[in-house]
Design a protein around this ligand. Structure first.
Ligand SMILES: Nc1ncnc2c1ncn2[C@@H]1O[C@H](COP(=O)(O)OP(=O)(O)OP(=O)(O)O)[C@@H](O)[C@H]1O
Ligand SMILES: O=C(O)c1ccc[n+]([C@@H]2O[C@H](COP(=O)([O-])O)[C@@H](O)[C@H]2O)c1
Length: 286
């Protein structure tokens, strides 16, 4: 059931329900904390995919990483989850899912996508059960002279949504398993939003694996580039600087209320050597 905003959105694009592939976008990351840019990423991706006329984006999912990720300065997942929920309060299509953040150990992104793929498949099979019920009802309606329409649809396609830094991290030796990258881009698909200083097209061109699956990789060019990063937000908070308009107001209140992001919290995991990913936070906070 869509709100007026979504209906207007579909009308402007002249899209009908049957001719396009429905898409669910899944964004994995620390969201430490969630920023306006994370939310913009979803809007940019939806516009880009729907402009092709081939897709209709029906849902966005933010999946904050679990505490086992051990990244420097990563605060408790319950707080990151609560902030992500507050940030999406006003969206009629972006949601937050807690499954990944509740796992005791860090979960590879390919497994997170697989989990959501299974969830969507389960929802689809429930719909299919409804289809059978509907078909029965339709026969009864037809028999009794009432008209009723029902058309069976394929389930939505799940795609991973990320910034260009995550795509480029595919090239960091021993970080991602090659078979996981193949599964993500080959079986699902990737939507990648440019970040300043990134060149995803060049990166795809240079990688045999990504080039092979280039048709499943949608590069979204963000013309209004901005440097909002969670690392810089945490830094400003530690320095008592304003972060207003970088984060939703509700998230700022939550941070103040719970006294999050101090010099102390930034030291969390600072001595963990084998954290899977330290590359960007280290580079930008030094
Ligand atoms: N300014 C931005 N432009 C494009 N993509 C972004 C931007 N900020 C974050 N993202 C993307 O959002 C997703 C989640 O990012 P993440 O939680 O790591 O945020 P971050 O701001 O990059 O964090 P940090 O500064 O702690 O590394 C990633 O796919 C990341 O590439
Ligand atoms: O699956 C992997 O092998 C893998 C390797 C490195 C990073 N990731 C994921 O990529 C995301 C990176 O987030 P961040 O905040 O460290 O930029 C986060 O969701 C990680 O779980 C995933």
């Amino acid at each position: 059931h869509y709100t007026a905003e979504t209906e207007h959105h579909l009308k402007v694009r002249g899209m009908d329900d049957q001719s396009v592939t429905r898409v669910v976008l899944l964004a994995c990351g620390s969201f430490n904390p969630v920023t306006n840019m994370h939310l913009r990423m979803f809007e940019l991706a939806r516009d880009h995919l729907e402009d092709t006329g081939l897709y209709r984006v029906v849902k966005g999912i933010i999946s904050p990483v679990g505490d086992g990720y051990n990244k420097k300065g990563l605060i408790e997942s319950s707080h990151r989850l609560a902030m992500a929920r507050l940030s999406t309060e006003n969206s009629d299509w972006i949601t937050v899912d807690s499954w990944e953040s509740l796992q005791p150990d860090w979960v590879e992104t390919a497994k997170v996508i697989r989990h959501h793929g299974e969830m969507l498949a389960a929802e689809q099979s429930n719909d299919d059960v409804d289809t059978v019920k509907n078909a029965k009802k339709r026969r009864i309606d037809e028999y009794s002279g009432k008209s009723s329409h029902f058309t069976r649809r394929d389930g939505p396609q799940l795609m991973l949504l990320c910034g260009a830094d995550v795509l480029e991290s595919f090239g960091v030796p021993n970080l991602w398993k090659q078979e996981d990258i193949a599964e993500i881009v080959g079986r699902y698909g990737l939507v990648c939003v440019t970040r300043s200083g990134s060149d995803p097209h060049k990166f795809i061109h240079k990688s045999d694996m990504l080039w092979k699956y280039r048709k499943n990789i949608h590069v979204v060019h963000e013309w209004v580039t901005n440097e909002i990063s969670a690392t810089h937000v945490r830094q400003s908070l530690r320095r008592g600087r304003s972060v207003r308009y970088l984060l939703p107001d509700g998230v700022i209140h939550f941070i103040r209320e719970h006294g999050l992001y101090s010099a102390e919290s930034e030291q969390k995991n600072a001595d963990v050597v084998l954290a899977p990913l330290h590359r960007y936070s280290d580079a930008s906070s030094s």
